[in-house]
Every structure is written in C-alpha cells, then in structure tokens.
Design a protein around this ligand. Structure first.
Ligand code: NAP
Length: 398
C-alpha cells in the first residue's frame, strides 16, 4: 500500500516499500526527460520488488496556466508532508514576484545542503585528459551568502539610506551610485553544513573533506566558515576525523579535514582532481565549483543534484540544468541529469541496490556509444538516439 515517508525518532528516514513521492515534471524539456526517467526508476525499483507511488504536483508554467500561481501552496505542502520529492527544470519567471522557483523551494523548506556528486562515467566525452580522476561530492551551503537576496539597486532611495547609515555608523565610504549587497554567513548554517558533509564522508568511507573558502580576503564570512568548520571537527568528531593542522597530513584511520582557498581550488581541481574528495563550501563558491567540475566530466546533461535538510528529513532532488526551451518536446535532450538525480534520491532513501543498478545500466549504455545529441557531437562513432531511446536502452540493460 502506498504510504508516506516519515522521520523516525532517531532522525532517520523511515521508507515504506511503496513510498509516495511527489514530482514536478518541469517546464520546457521537462516533458521529454521526466516521463522517460520515470520509466527507468520504475523498472529498476520493480527489479528489487519495490515500487514508487508517484504523485504529480504543479510548479512553473504548468502551475501558472492551471492555477494562476507559479508555486502553488499545495505543491510546497506536498513536499513538506511527504519529505522527499523530485523535480525537473523550472522556468524562472521574468518580472514575476518570485526570484527563482528553485531558490524559493530551498528557502521555504530550509534545504540547507545542495548535494552535488561529480564523477565521470566511462565513455562520456570530456575536455580533460583524465576525467576518471574526478570523483568529488560537493556540499554547497544553500541558504545564505550572496544568494540571500539582500541587495539594493544603485541610485535607489534604499541604497542611499544604506550608504548614509554605513558612513555615519561604521565610517565606511561607499561611492555614490553603487549597488550594495549583503553577504550573511552564520555560525549555525556553516556548522550544520560541515556537520552534514562530515557525516556523509564518514558514512561513505571517503578519504578527506576539504573546506573551500575565500577567507584570505573575506575574513569574517568566508574565513569564519573555515574556523567554524574546524570547530565542528574538534568539538563533535574528534574520534573519527582530524584536521590537517592537528595531524600534519597523517590522519591515520581518521577522516582528514583540510581547507583550500577558492581560487586555488579552481586550478587544482583541473591539475590534481584526485586530491579532492568531499568538499564543503559556501553558496557562491559551491555554484562555481560544481559547474567547473561538471564540465570536466561531460557537463550539464548528466549533472545530478539534491537539496536536503538532514534534520527535518526534507529533500528535493533535481536536474541541475535549465529548461532548454529550444529543445522542448523534440524528444532530443539528455535525460541523464534527472535519472542520476533519481539515483541520488534512491541512495538517500537507502535503496542503494536500485540506485547502483541504474548507474551501472546508464554507464553500460554510454560505454556502448548509445548517447543523445549532446554527447554524440563530441564522440567519434557514437550512435545518436532520442531522449526516450536512451532511457529505453538503460531499461534494457538493467
Ligand atoms: P539551460 O536550460 O540549462 O540550457 C542551456 C544549454 O545547456 C542548452 O541550450 C543545451 O546546450 C544544454 N542543455 C540543457 N539541458 C540539457 C540536457 N538535458 N541535455 C543536453 N543538453 C542540455 O539554461 P538556460 O537556457 O540559461 O535557461 C533556460 C531556463 O531554465 C531559464 O528560465 C532558467 O531560469 C531556467 N533554469 C532552471 C534551472 C532549474 O530548474 N534547476 C536551472 C538553470 C536554469 P546546447 O544548446 O549546446 O545543446
């Protein structure tokens, strides 16, 4: 019988054999990639005697057409009540009241971790010589930093008031006609993000956790993130993890926690990607880093993501690319990002057998050169297939 996923008394997810999972199909190419991804999910679950009771909820253009709102309350409530959901890409309404539907969902449900695993799959075309060396799991803070939306427009009365306040109260000189943004980074948010990354790294037997920051310049935001991160290690994880400073790079059987400046990190993920394993970082750094890493392993068509609150149990898994409207309805684009976001969701639910079967079947499909247009144009001798045919090939290999 279809049932909700619930949160156990110890804070762990309790997942029935037939969980109800709300989904948003997504705008643009959502109509292409969601239905075929669902076929893959259902086939893999059935192989293990499991089933998902999918429940469609509306957001984006479909919601606006049917209800007059971009993000109906029922959709947010469905995600709230059922804890875990999945979504396709959504159009960001231009000139609408909501800055971004994705950012809105993350903020309403306080989904403080943006989880982005980045690894290479055999056969995927890549611009680097050793894409197989990339196997990084990024924990990006999802609620603060410049994404908090605290900005005033140059020349506006608000900007002038803020400028005057900063001059009078703080002695800070800001040039007339400046846009001003505020970057909040709190101890609570930094620590819960690093805590989640540490728990993940330990549970998955990873070698190291790197705190990526720009603390040499932004000392009280990025620098504080680093300090608070190390505090979590020494205050809460001293039995299982150790900072570089406390072991001089020899962690023994503990997890090694180190840190790196953001700009150097962007060089080193190219020159020595094997040194990065799990990464915890602030919001904007995480945005740059995950796209740069995704490019190294074949890019946007297969980059999965999850937005998670590990305390309340809420999680929304999503394709990380946009709606690619020029391809909508053409049965052409790569469904890999939604498919891999689904595997991330199944792993999170403890359905690791379902997840690993999908990953293996996807990898086998690509390794045989059966790919959608985006990969085919970069590969010699590939067999270019439609979006639905690619998903069908994965199902055949499950
Ligand atoms: P986009 O939709 O990600 O598309 C940019 C390019 O990425 C496409 O033209 C295509 O490249 C490639 N691409 C995207 N999805 C692909 C797929 N499934 N398979 C293969 N290639 C894929 O970015 P955009 O055009 O900047 O944004 C369009 C809309 O999406 C906007 O409204 C934006 O706000 C929204 N958006 C939503 C999300 C989200 O919901 N998470 C994220 C980003 C953007 P080629 O043309 O080279 O083939």
């Amino acid at each position: 019988m279809a049932q909700r996923i619930t949160l156990g008394s110890g804070g762990e997810l309790e997942v029935p054999d037939e969980p109800i999972i709300p989904f948003i199909e997504g705008d643009g190419t959502g109509v292409d990639i969601w239905p075929v991804s669902r076929l893959v999910f259902d086939a893999a679950a059935a192989k293990h005697g499991k089933k998902v009771a999918w429940r469609e909820v509306l957001a984006g253009e479909k919601a606006f057409k049917e209800t007059g709102t971009w993000l109906p309350t029922e959709t947010v409530e469905a995600f709230r009540d059922h804890l875990i959901g999945i979504k396709g890409p959504l159009t960001t309404p231009v000139g609408g009241g909501i800055r971004s539907l994705n950012v809105a969902l993350r903020q309403i449900l306080d989904l403080y971790v943006c989880l982005r695993p980045v690894r290479w799959f055999t056969g995927v075309p890549s611009p680097v010589r050793h894409p197989e060396k990339v196997d990084v799991v990024i924990f990006r803070e999802n609620t603060e930093d410049v994404y908090a939306g605290l900005e005033v427009q140059a020349g506006s009365p608000e900007a002038e008031r803020l400028r005057a306040f900063l001059h009078d109260e703080m002695g800070w000189e800001i040039r007339p006609n400046s846009g001003i943004g505020i970057k909040p980074v709190s101890e609570m948010s930094s620590k819960r993000l690093v805590r989640a990354a540490l728990l993940y790294a330990l549970a998955h037997s990873r070698k190291s956790l790197t705190l990526v920051h720009k603390g040499n310049i932004q000392k009280f935001t990025e620098g504080a993130f680093r300090t608070w991160g190390y505090e979590v290690v020494s205050e809460e994880f001293s039995d299982t993890a150790v900072s570089w400073g406390d072991c001089e790079g020899n962690p023994g059987d503990k997890l090694l926690v180190k840190d790196a400046i953001a700009d150097i990190t962007l060089q080193q993920i190219l020159t020595r990607p094997e040194e990065f394993d799990v990464v915890a970082t602030t919001n904007l750094n995480g945005d740059y880093l995950s796209d740069a890493l995704a490019a190294q392993v074949g890019g946007i068509g297969i980059a999965p993501g999850g937005n998670i609150n590990y305390v309340t149990g809420h999680g929304v898994f999503e394709a990380t690319h946009g709606t690619a409207p020029k391809y909508a309805g053409l049965d052409m684009v790569n469904p890999g990002s939604v498919i891999l976001s689904g595997t991330l969701m199944f792993e999170h639910l403890g359905w690791t057998d379902v997840a690993s079967d999908i990953v293996k079947a996807l990898e086998a499909t690509i390794a045989e050169g059966i790919v959608t247009y985006d990969f085919a144009r970069l590969m010699d001798g590939a067999t270019e297939v439609k979006c639905s045919e690619f998903a069908g090939a994965i199902v055949d290999r499950l």
